[in-house]
Design a protein around this ligand. Sequence first.
Ligand code: COA
Length: 564
Amino acid sequence: MTTQQIQVPDIGADEAEVIEWLVQVGDRIEIDDSLLVLESDKASMEVPSTLAGKVETLLVSIGDAVSEGVPIVVIRVDSAAEAVLPETGDSDGDIETAADQRDDQVGHEEQDSVVNEPSPKTAETAHQTLLVPDIGTDDGVEVIEISVSVGDQVSEGDTLIVLESDKASMEIPSEFSGEITALMVTVGDTLCQGDVIGELVAQAAHEAPVSSSVAAVSTDTSSSTPPKPAAAMPAAAPAESMAKKAPAVAPGTAIVSSQESAIANSIYAGPAVRKLAREFSIPLDQVQGSGPRSRILKEDLQAFVQHKLRSPQAAVTTGSGIPAVPAVDFSAFGSVRTEELSKIGKVTATNMQRSWLNVPHVTQFDDADITDLEAFRGALKEEATRRGTKLTPLPFLLKACAIALRENPKFNASLAPDGQSIIFKEYIHIGFAVDTPAGLLVPVIRDVDTKGLWELSEEVLSLAAAARDKKLKPAQMQGACFTISSLGALGGKGFTPIVNAPEVGILGVAKASIQPVWNGSEFLPRNLLPLSLSYDHRVINGADGGRFMNQVVALLSDIRRFTL
Ligand code: COA
């Protein structure tokens, strides 16, 4: 087993700073695992390992300035890897640099690539094909941005596209000045060295020093043959894989960078972190970086996601992309007091938001003439006292709704969770909202259609008392088909109640009052009860709603109909 050094590869800059170590002494690493992050004034890049083995020594520290060829780490290489290493004649423990081997390979590569070097640019208005240069890897690299459009005038060095792998982001500059006449790539394409980016008509191109690395080649100036599409273009040179050669971004190709965009966007993160953030749609501008100089690390993304999942807002939103209400520091405007919601308050908030967001609501309004009902109720007051109960309008409302639910079965139904069918209920259980000091509770009266007014009145009283005394059992709040929310004792002319999903309807009751009603020949004082019926418009249409409301109004206006 030998130890070998890994050196800083060609980083396309004279010097770069060590920003972050991604391995520690003792770690087992594979070829291509990222070792550390370097950052120059142009780029931020992860340097991959060229060897598999165990990290023996870290030779540089965070903050060190390093350049190409500087040893950065000593690796105790795997015996399997040793087997494939070329004979060095010095394999028994001496330190040998991986770069020595790379240099040989790079030498061959440079020879091979000579044929691909572009000719000096001398042509006036020559058609040029813009090719992907040596990007330091044989693997395809994704186009994340197209910086030019057809018709744009570009100058030599202007960015054409931005590529990003999980190791580096790089801007691909134009090798020529001129007008872009065609673009063959789109965002999301995967490109390799030699692939066609587009075409350009060069303008008065001058003699320019030939870049040995940028593979944009001059095409026949007279030819009008369009270039082959990117996928069909052979690679211009046998580029060494990133596994063997670090992210060699050759001179002439600007690596770009996270830092540059970071300056533009005030985001400081490396390419791997940016890629991960894109994959999970994490807004980097909302992530707090914990790395050196607030650099965003992968751990910061994890912490961000965990925080989002735990936040109460995540629990009550439906994931439908509804923007959150911004947090406001109210204490900036005056003194404040914060009180935690009661348990019931929190549950109600969640239920209301869920119903409001899921159910397309429609609310219909009408008045029931309860003049006769109130006269009847008044006549029963003594008897009610004798019975030890109290007869309010609520039992009449329960009875009327039960009859209307039987006659209008769509209101006594729920939409199946998959939204493909309606579940009709053969029973008629009705919930009624009770205002308690701890919050809103909705006890349920079962089989309302089978019960008389006295029985209903007693149940209302006992369930409302149990609710206020916090003695309701969970079973007493389950199974409702429909809900009545009566605010009549409190006042108000009307309101739009929220359906208690998966129920599909709710009746809101406001305060009855004496109103002049035209009977065809005169105005008469009548006791009108304002009703508002909200329903789930996925299950119930306006005509269904109208029929239900008409029936409730008719029943309350003439309670003899209860018996029909
Ligand atoms: N119009 C005019 N008066 C009304 C009325 C109405 N719609 N509804 C009730 N009243 C009267 C009653 O007749 C009673 O008067 P009375 O003693 O002279 O007969 C008085 O108001 C008080 O009635 P109340 O004790 O509230 O009984 P109730 O049966 O009408 O209501 C509850 C019982 C439990 C529903 C009720 O107390 C309650 O908590 N309502 C709040 C519901 C709520 O918060 N809904 C909002 C949900 S978002």
